[in-house]
Design a protein around this ligand. Structure first.
Ligand code: C5P
Length: 283
């Protein structure tokens, strides 16, 4: 086998909490993560050529691409002799959206390289390599419903959250993650999620309990110029969403629905105003 195509799923934060600032400049987080059906397709091909080539829609496929970084990290950490690669990414997940699109492409690249070159490599080894590529990459390797702690790389797999429909709506701007972290004074944070309650609700398969506890503390430090995030949340509530929040460091806002028809109706309305609106479900 010289080529493999894998889906790279987008993620949502059902909760996002910031616990403390660390000596290394990062923050200790506590996040309940969930993959959704929106995905890129990542094809990794071993070629007879030279070097690592990456095509990724309009996003640079050069050394700055996380998928290329992931491939380099795989060879460096495993001792597998580096070989020439083509990484071809069909992009659907918007970039800089809070949905871990780039991290998910990197994770799919790592999973593909394991399948092609070192199938015996244990999952925890692959996640360790993933952590050197980016904070969200280990979670993207694992997927599903999980608690992510530390920088985001310490994972606990949870029982699958109740299957919900998620409408994703990305306004037409990007929010810098380091900028948002720089606005956080941990001792002054308010509007923090009830992570324990969320874990309990997931454990008991309690959809209402999950919906009641969706929350992202980053919303409380958003600069005023990004207030459209709150407008979209209000629209979701008017459109019958049972929970709504920003995902990650934004700007994408999601609305959750138990009822598929209600999700479809909300999608149809928002899609008329926001080109980057997606109808998805938990996977
Ligand atoms: O690890 P990653 O490159 O995804 O992180 C991007 C930036 O976000 C970091 O340089 C840091 O400023 C901030 N960050 C943080 N705490 C985390 C994750 C990211 O402060 N747990």
């Amino acid at each position: 086998m010289t080529s493999i195509t894998l889906p790279a799923y987008a993620k949502l934060n059902l909760t996002l909490d910031i616990l403390r600032r660390r000596e290394d400049g990062y923050h200790d987080l506590q996040m309940v993560m969930q993959t959704v059906s929106l995905h890129d397709d990542v094809t990794v091909t071993i070629t007879g050529g030279d070097g690592i080539f990456c095509r990724c829609g309009e996003i640079p496929g050069d050394e700055s691409n996380l998928a290329v970084k992931a491939a380099r990290a795989f060879f460096a950490a495993t001792g597998v002799a580096p070989c020439a690669l083509d990484i071809d990414i069909v992009k659907r997940i918007p970039a800089q959206a809070g949905m871990a699109g780039g991290s998910s492409d990197a994770a799919a690249t790592l999973r593909a390289l394991r399948r092609l070159l070192k199938p015996e490599l244990p999952g925890d080894e692959l996640e360790r390599i993933a952590a050197t590529v980016g904070s969200d990459v280990p979670y993207c390797v694992r997927g599903g419903t999980a608690l992510a702690e530390g920088r985001g790389e310490r994972l606990t797999t949870l029982r699958d959250a109740p299957r919900l429909h998620a409408v994703l709506c990305k306004p037409d701007f990007a929010i810098s993650t380091p900028m948002l972290f720089s606005r956080v004074k941990v001792s002054e944070l308010w509007g923090r999620p009830d992570t324990t309650g969320m874990l309990d609700a997931i454990h008991h398969g309690d959809a209402e309990g999950v919906l009641d506890r969706v929350k992202n503390v980053f919303e409380t430090v958003l600069p005023k110029e990004y207030a459209e995030v709150f407008d979209i949340k209000e629209r979701f509530l008017r459109l019958g969403a049972e929970a709504t929040a920003m995902t990650g460091s934004g700007p994408t806002v999601f609305g959750l629905y138990r009822d598929e028809a209600a999700a479809e109706a909300a999608y149809a309305v928002l899609q008329a105003d926001y080109a980057q609106t997606f109808l998805t479900q938990f996977v």
